[in-house]
Design a protein around this ligand. Structure first.
Ligand SMILES: NC(=O)c1ccc[n+]([C@@H]2O[C@H](COP(=O)([O-])OP(=O)(O)OC[C@H]3O[C@@H](n4cnc5c(N)ncnc54)[C@H](O)[C@@H]3O)[C@@H](O)[C@H]2O)c1
Ligand SMILES: N[C@H](CO)Cc1c[nH]c[nH+]1
Ligand SMILES: [Zn+2]
Length: 433
């Protein structure tokens, strides 16, 4: 972990870089060849890749109803209760985002404009399964998809070496109303949902987080006519903390991101010399009590403690970095959060760990990474709909805006546009005679 005290303005840009950004070309090339292979060879390629990456020998990709029943019996009552609570909270927060009234405005006498949200008919959800089986992500994606009214919800996730999907993923998928589940992961799963294969249908929009291969594949999918929620790759957290912050809380928040994968990143921004000096030792102590130490150590190599001069510099750096998660563990947390312009999701105060939002508070944990929080939102109810506009003009309406349209189209040299209005105006005039 790097400790950087009072970095010069010139050196700050380099600190905004995400881990392994220099390997982007390699990832792009690997993903391009996987996408081509799946497009050409369909299910055969998917089974080959599952064997290569997970060791699973598959002869069918779709999960059977019997496998789902078996999974249900393996989930403990305690986990069922936890999933039920998370699902309720996620549903409550996302239900509240539904626009209850369509937008309907009369812009001029006789001119009515409307906007309605219409669900995307078939969506594809990617559930990561490399380092851990993220069944919480099933809830984050399938619950809002159902609330939005998506009809067909496809889910892809890698199988384990034994050819089975983790029982909690299957249980959560059933509880959240997923239509069909397939055993395929990584870039090949995204390719399958992009092009369609013998078993897996092509979808209209792909959702979900994943490692660098998954994130790159989703971005390539957009070149083949499929929409995506956003680039959501390796997890990251930026913590803003002051002298009063409990160093153990900050250390645990660092480590909770580090355990997602070797290319996750945790950053502390502080004006406190005391915290800067103490944190490495507290992280070391907590780390020694946790499993996955090796992976966390690799992630911590990219992590940074950055000591800055004042809170203006802290907020400027945080907004430039645009973290996926921002934890403000600071005595002025409430007022600082009003200065956030770029972040996926913000956790306010000492008792709001990112883990709460990862699982059960109700907000969505599928969020933009790698600086994409500058321009993208995390998954929300709108992600599952598209907005269609409607308009209706009465004879009075075409008369009220007709002349403006004729003038504008004439000035764009588009005389057929003008004609479509003029003919109607003439017809209204003739009928009136
Ligand atoms: N941004 C978010 O909202 C969010 C949410 C949850 C998790 N995440 C991130 O999702 C990621 C999950 O990653 P994961 O690896 O555990 O699971 P994953 O399911 O995303 O990826 C595993 C698959 O990647 C493919 N793969 C692995 N190495 C490869 C290689 N060398 N070449 C080609 N393909 C390869 C394989 O198909 C493998 O099955 C983590 O980085 C985590 O931080 C992000
Ligand atoms: N932190 C992840 C988003 O970057 C979400 C997650 C799922 N499970 C645990 N955490
Ligand atoms: Zn997490």
């Amino acid at each position: 972990m790097e400790i950087i005290r009072y970095p010069s303005r010139d050196s700050r840009n380099a600190l905004l870089q995400r881990p392994l950004a220099d390997k982007a070309r390699e990832v792009t090339d690997t993903v391009t060849s996987i996408m081509d292979d799946v497009k050409r060879n369909g299910d055969e390629a998917l089974m080959r890749y599952e064997m290569k990456f997970t060791g699973a020998q598959l002869d069918r990709l779709e999960v059977t109803p019997e496998e789902i029943d078996e999974a249900e019996s393996l989930v403990s009552d305690e986990l069922r209760d936890a999933i039920a609570m998370a699902r309720e909270n996620i549903a409550a927060f996302h239900r509240a985002q539904v626009m209850s009234q369509p937008v309907k405005v009369t812009t001029q006498p006789g001119v009515t404009c409307e906007q309605r949200a219409v669900p995307i008919d078939r969506v594809g959800l990617y559930i990561p399964g490399g380092n851990s089986p993220l069944f919480s992500t099933v809830l984050m994606l399938a619950v809002p998809a159902r609330i939005a009214g998506c009809r067909d919800i496809i889910l892809c996730t890698p199988a384990g070496k034994d050819g089975k999907v983790h029982p909690a993923i299957l249980y959560a998928a059933k509880a959240a109303g997923v239509s069909r589940i397939y055993k395929t992961g990584g870039a090949q799963a995204i390719a399958a949902m992009t092009f369609g294969t013998e078993s897996i249908p092509k979808v209209y929009k792909i959702f979900g987080p994943g490692n660098r291969y998954v994130m790159e594949a989703k971005q390539q999918a957009t070149m083949h006519g499929v929409a995506i929620d956003m680039p959501a790759g390796p997890s990251e957290v930026l913590v803003i903390a002051d002298d009063e912050a409990n160093p153990e809380f900050v250390a645990a928040d660092f480590l909770s991101q580090a355990e997602h994968g070797p290319d996750s990143q945790s950053i502390l921004l502080t004006t406190s010399l005391r915290l800067t000096d103490r944190l490495p030792e507290v992280i070391e102590r907590l780390l020694s009590t946790l499993p996955r130490r090796d992976m966390m150590n690799r992630s911590l190599e990219h992590s940074r403690i950055i000591l800055l001069g004042d809170m203006d510099e802290v907020m400027e750096f945080s907004n430039d970095y645009a973290p996926e998660h921002l934890i403000i563990n600071h005595r002025d947390a409430r007022s600082l959060c009003n200065r956030v312009t770029n972040a996926g999701s913000v956790f306010i105060g000492p008792y709001s760990p990112e883990s709460a939002g990862d699982y059960a508070s109700g907000t969505n944990h599928t969020l933009p990474t790698s600086g994409y929080a500058r321009s993208y939102s995390g998954v929300n109810i709108d992600s599952f709909t598209k907005k269609i506009t409607f308009q209706e003009l009465t004879p009075e309406g075409i008369k009220s805006i007709g002349h403006a349209v004729e003038t504008m189209s004439e000035n764009e040299d588009l005389m057929a546009h003008k004609l479509a209005v003029t003919l109607r105006l003439n017809s209204i005039e003739n009928n009136a005679k």
